[in-house]
Design a protein around this ligand. Structure first.
Ligand SMILES: O=C[C@H](O)[C@H](O)[C@H](O)COP(=O)(O)O
Length: 229
Protein backbone atom coordinates (compact mmCIF):
# COMPACT_ATOMS: atom_id res chain seq x y z
CA UNK A 1 0.00 0.00 0.00
CA UNK A 2 1.50 3.34 -1.11
CA UNK A 3 0.90 6.44 0.96
CA UNK A 4 3.35 8.92 -0.55
CA UNK A 5 1.81 11.24 -3.12
CA UNK A 6 4.32 10.39 -5.87
CA UNK A 7 3.57 6.68 -5.48
CA UNK A 8 -0.17 7.40 -5.61
CA UNK A 9 0.15 9.50 -8.78
CA UNK A 10 2.12 6.70 -10.41
CA UNK A 11 -0.52 4.10 -9.47
CA UNK A 12 -3.26 6.25 -11.03
CA UNK A 13 -1.15 6.74 -14.17
CA UNK A 14 -0.53 3.01 -14.59
CA UNK A 15 -4.29 2.32 -14.35
CA UNK A 16 -4.98 4.90 -17.08
CA UNK A 17 -2.25 3.67 -19.40
CA UNK A 18 -3.77 0.18 -19.22
CA UNK A 19 -6.53 1.67 -21.44
CA UNK A 20 -4.03 2.51 -24.19
CA UNK A 21 -3.90 -0.02 -27.01
CA UNK A 22 -1.56 -0.50 -29.98
CA UNK A 23 -2.06 1.89 -32.86
CA UNK A 24 -3.75 4.58 -30.77
CA UNK A 25 -3.18 8.32 -31.08
CA UNK A 26 -2.78 9.51 -27.52
CA UNK A 27 -3.04 12.99 -26.02
CA UNK A 28 -0.14 13.37 -23.59
CA UNK A 29 -0.93 15.60 -20.62
CA UNK A 30 1.33 17.86 -18.64
CA UNK A 31 2.44 17.96 -15.02
CA UNK A 32 3.87 15.78 -12.31
CA UNK A 33 1.13 13.11 -12.64
CA UNK A 34 0.92 13.06 -16.45
CA UNK A 35 4.69 12.56 -16.44
CA UNK A 36 4.17 9.07 -14.96
CA UNK A 37 1.69 8.22 -17.72
CA UNK A 38 4.15 9.28 -20.43
CA UNK A 39 6.88 7.20 -18.79
CA UNK A 40 4.55 4.19 -18.53
CA UNK A 41 3.60 4.43 -22.22
CA UNK A 42 7.32 4.56 -23.03
CA UNK A 43 7.96 1.55 -20.80
CA UNK A 44 5.18 -0.47 -22.45
CA UNK A 45 6.48 0.44 -25.92
CA UNK A 46 10.02 -0.61 -24.98
CA UNK A 47 8.70 -3.86 -23.48
CA UNK A 48 6.86 -4.66 -26.71
CA UNK A 49 3.47 -4.51 -24.94
CA UNK A 50 2.39 -1.65 -27.25
CA UNK A 51 3.24 -0.66 -30.81
CA UNK A 52 2.25 1.94 -33.36
CA UNK A 53 1.47 4.62 -30.76
CA UNK A 54 1.65 8.30 -31.66
CA UNK A 55 1.47 11.01 -29.06
CA UNK A 56 0.23 14.59 -29.22
CA UNK A 57 1.94 16.56 -26.47
CA UNK A 58 0.23 19.33 -24.51
CA UNK A 59 3.42 21.23 -23.63
CA UNK A 60 7.04 21.58 -24.66
CA UNK A 61 8.02 19.68 -21.49
CA UNK A 62 5.76 16.71 -22.29
CA UNK A 63 6.92 16.74 -25.91
CA UNK A 64 10.54 16.47 -24.74
CA UNK A 65 9.75 13.73 -22.21
CA UNK A 66 7.74 11.73 -24.75
CA UNK A 67 10.59 11.79 -27.27
CA UNK A 68 13.05 10.86 -24.54
CA UNK A 69 11.06 7.72 -23.61
CA UNK A 70 10.59 6.71 -27.26
CA UNK A 71 7.04 7.86 -28.04
CA UNK A 72 6.73 9.25 -31.60
CA UNK A 73 5.18 12.71 -31.30
CA UNK A 74 3.07 14.52 -33.90
CA UNK A 75 1.47 17.95 -34.01
CA UNK A 76 -2.23 18.31 -33.28
CA UNK A 77 -4.31 18.09 -36.45
CA UNK A 78 -8.09 17.81 -36.90
CA UNK A 79 -8.20 14.02 -36.56
CA UNK A 80 -9.68 12.73 -33.30
CA UNK A 81 -7.43 11.28 -30.64
CA UNK A 82 -8.34 7.84 -29.30
CA UNK A 83 -7.57 8.82 -25.73
CA UNK A 84 -5.94 11.62 -23.72
CA UNK A 85 -4.48 11.13 -20.26
CA UNK A 86 -3.83 14.12 -18.01
CA UNK A 87 -3.71 15.33 -14.43
CA UNK A 88 -5.91 17.98 -12.84
CA UNK A 89 -5.73 20.53 -10.06
CA UNK A 90 -9.32 20.00 -8.89
CA UNK A 91 -11.92 17.32 -9.70
CA UNK A 92 -15.57 17.66 -8.64
CA UNK A 93 -18.13 14.83 -8.50
CA UNK A 94 -19.29 15.61 -12.08
CA UNK A 95 -15.63 15.36 -13.17
CA UNK A 96 -15.53 19.06 -13.92
CA UNK A 97 -11.95 20.17 -13.54
CA UNK A 98 -9.61 23.01 -12.86
CA UNK A 99 -6.41 22.61 -14.84
CA UNK A 100 -3.46 24.83 -15.65
CA UNK A 101 -1.49 25.28 -12.45
CA UNK A 102 1.37 23.93 -14.55
CA UNK A 103 0.64 26.54 -17.21
CA UNK A 104 -0.42 24.15 -19.98
CA UNK A 105 -4.19 24.75 -20.02
CA UNK A 106 -4.51 26.06 -23.58
CA UNK A 107 -2.69 23.23 -25.34
CA UNK A 108 -4.38 20.77 -22.99
CA UNK A 109 -7.86 22.03 -23.85
CA UNK A 110 -7.11 22.21 -27.58
CA UNK A 111 -5.86 18.64 -27.52
CA UNK A 112 -8.28 17.03 -25.08
CA UNK A 113 -11.43 18.40 -26.70
CA UNK A 114 -10.50 16.18 -29.66
CA UNK A 115 -10.10 13.01 -27.57
CA UNK A 116 -12.75 10.30 -27.77
CA UNK A 117 -11.96 9.70 -24.12
CA UNK A 118 -10.32 12.06 -21.61
CA UNK A 119 -8.91 10.11 -18.68
CA UNK A 120 -7.89 12.08 -15.60
CA UNK A 121 -5.26 10.81 -13.19
CA UNK A 122 -4.67 12.25 -9.74
CA UNK A 123 -4.07 11.59 -6.10
CA UNK A 124 -6.96 11.99 -3.66
CA UNK A 125 -5.96 15.54 -2.61
CA UNK A 126 -7.41 16.83 -5.92
CA UNK A 127 -10.99 15.82 -5.10
CA UNK A 128 -13.32 18.69 -4.17
CA UNK A 129 -17.05 19.08 -3.66
CA UNK A 130 -17.04 22.49 -5.38
CA UNK A 131 -14.81 23.76 -8.19
CA UNK A 132 -12.70 26.60 -6.80
CA UNK A 133 -12.69 25.16 -3.28
CA UNK A 134 -8.91 24.79 -3.04
CA UNK A 135 -7.17 25.82 -6.26
CA UNK A 136 -7.10 29.16 -8.07
CA UNK A 137 -8.51 29.22 -11.59
CA UNK A 138 -5.73 29.85 -14.14
CA UNK A 139 -6.83 32.12 -16.99
CA UNK A 140 -4.53 32.49 -20.01
CA UNK A 141 -4.48 36.08 -21.28
CA UNK A 142 -2.76 37.93 -24.11
CA UNK A 143 0.44 39.72 -23.18
CA UNK A 144 -0.52 42.81 -25.17
CA UNK A 145 -2.65 45.06 -23.00
CA UNK A 146 -2.62 42.60 -20.11
CA UNK A 147 -3.23 45.28 -17.46
CA UNK A 148 -6.46 46.25 -19.24
CA UNK A 149 -7.50 42.58 -19.49
CA UNK A 150 -6.82 42.13 -15.78
CA UNK A 151 -9.02 45.12 -15.02
CA UNK A 152 -11.82 43.55 -17.07
CA UNK A 153 -11.26 40.23 -15.27
CA UNK A 154 -11.44 41.90 -11.86
CA UNK A 155 -14.95 43.05 -12.75
CA UNK A 156 -15.88 39.34 -13.10
CA UNK A 157 -13.71 37.74 -10.40
CA UNK A 158 -12.42 40.31 -7.95
CA UNK A 159 -9.66 38.26 -6.29
CA UNK A 160 -6.68 37.11 -8.28
CA UNK A 161 -3.14 37.86 -9.32
CA UNK A 162 -0.88 37.74 -12.35
CA UNK A 163 1.29 34.61 -12.12
CA UNK A 164 4.96 35.42 -11.58
CA UNK A 165 8.15 33.58 -12.43
CA UNK A 166 10.53 35.21 -9.97
CA UNK A 167 10.46 38.94 -10.66
CA UNK A 168 8.96 38.49 -14.15
CA UNK A 169 5.47 37.52 -15.26
CA UNK A 170 5.17 33.78 -15.97
CA UNK A 171 5.01 33.17 -19.74
CA UNK A 172 3.23 30.12 -21.21
CA UNK A 173 4.50 27.93 -24.08
CA UNK A 174 2.25 30.08 -26.27
CA UNK A 175 3.87 33.36 -25.21
CA UNK A 176 0.88 34.42 -23.11
CA UNK A 177 0.43 35.30 -19.43
CA UNK A 178 -1.66 33.69 -16.69
CA UNK A 179 -4.02 35.36 -14.24
CA UNK A 180 -4.81 33.08 -11.27
CA UNK A 181 -8.29 33.95 -9.99
CA UNK A 182 -10.32 32.81 -7.00
CA UNK A 183 -13.82 31.51 -7.71
CA UNK A 184 -16.15 32.66 -4.94
CA UNK A 185 -18.66 30.19 -3.51
CA UNK A 186 -22.03 30.21 -5.23
CA UNK A 187 -20.72 30.93 -8.74
CA UNK A 188 -22.28 28.94 -11.58
CA UNK A 189 -19.14 27.59 -13.26
CA UNK A 190 -20.82 27.17 -16.66
CA UNK A 191 -21.97 30.80 -16.65
CA UNK A 192 -18.54 31.85 -15.40
CA UNK A 193 -16.81 30.02 -18.24
CA UNK A 194 -19.04 31.76 -20.81
CA UNK A 195 -18.43 35.14 -19.18
CA UNK A 196 -14.66 34.67 -19.03
CA UNK A 197 -14.46 33.42 -22.63
CA UNK A 198 -16.38 36.53 -23.65
CA UNK A 199 -13.90 38.84 -21.90
CA UNK A 200 -11.59 40.65 -24.31
CA UNK A 201 -7.97 39.56 -23.87
CA UNK A 202 -8.84 36.14 -22.40
CA UNK A 203 -7.53 33.30 -24.52
CA UNK A 204 -8.86 30.40 -22.46
CA UNK A 205 -9.54 29.28 -18.93
CA UNK A 206 -8.55 26.28 -16.85
CA UNK A 207 -12.20 25.21 -16.48
CA UNK A 208 -12.62 21.83 -18.20
CA UNK A 209 -16.35 21.28 -17.89
CA UNK A 210 -18.01 18.04 -18.97
CA UNK A 211 -14.88 16.91 -20.80
CA UNK A 212 -13.60 13.99 -18.70
CA UNK A 213 -15.23 10.57 -18.99
CA UNK A 214 -13.28 8.86 -16.22
CA UNK A 215 -10.85 9.69 -13.43
CA UNK A 216 -8.46 7.32 -11.70
CA UNK A 217 -7.89 8.79 -8.27
CA UNK A 218 -5.33 7.12 -6.04
CA UNK A 219 -5.65 7.11 -2.25
CA UNK A 220 -3.70 5.08 0.34
CA UNK A 221 -6.44 2.41 0.29
CA UNK A 222 -6.39 2.00 -3.51
CA UNK A 223 -7.24 3.56 -6.86
CA UNK A 224 -10.86 4.63 -7.33
CA UNK A 225 -12.34 4.71 -10.84
CA UNK A 226 -14.73 7.67 -10.91
CA UNK A 227 -17.38 8.47 -13.52
CA UNK A 228 -19.33 11.76 -13.73
CA UNK A 229 -22.11 11.90 -11.08
O1 LIG B 1 -1.01 22.96 -16.57
C1 LIG B 1 -0.92 21.89 -15.97
C2 LIG B 1 -1.91 20.83 -16.00
O2 LIG B 1 -3.23 21.26 -16.11
C3 LIG B 1 -1.76 19.75 -14.95
O3 LIG B 1 -2.45 18.66 -15.42
C4 LIG B 1 -2.29 20.09 -13.60
O4 LIG B 1 -1.72 21.31 -13.17
C5 LIG B 1 -2.01 18.99 -12.59
O5 LIG B 1 -0.64 18.87 -12.40
P1 LIG B 1 0.00 17.90 -11.35
O6 LIG B 1 -0.26 16.52 -11.82
O7 LIG B 1 1.47 18.25 -11.35
O8 LIG B 1 -0.62 18.20 -10.02
Amino acid sequence: MTTDLEGLKKEAAIRAVALVGSGMRVGLGTGSTAKYAIEEIGRRLAAGELSGITGVATSEASDALARQVGIPVEALDPRPLDIAIDGADEIDPALNLIKGLGGALLREKLTEVQARQLVIIADHTKLVTRIGEKAPLPIEIARFGFLSTIERLRAVLSAGRLRQNGAQPYVTDNGNLIFDAQIPEGHDIHALERQLKGTLGVIDTGLFLGMAQVAFVAAPDGVQELRPQ
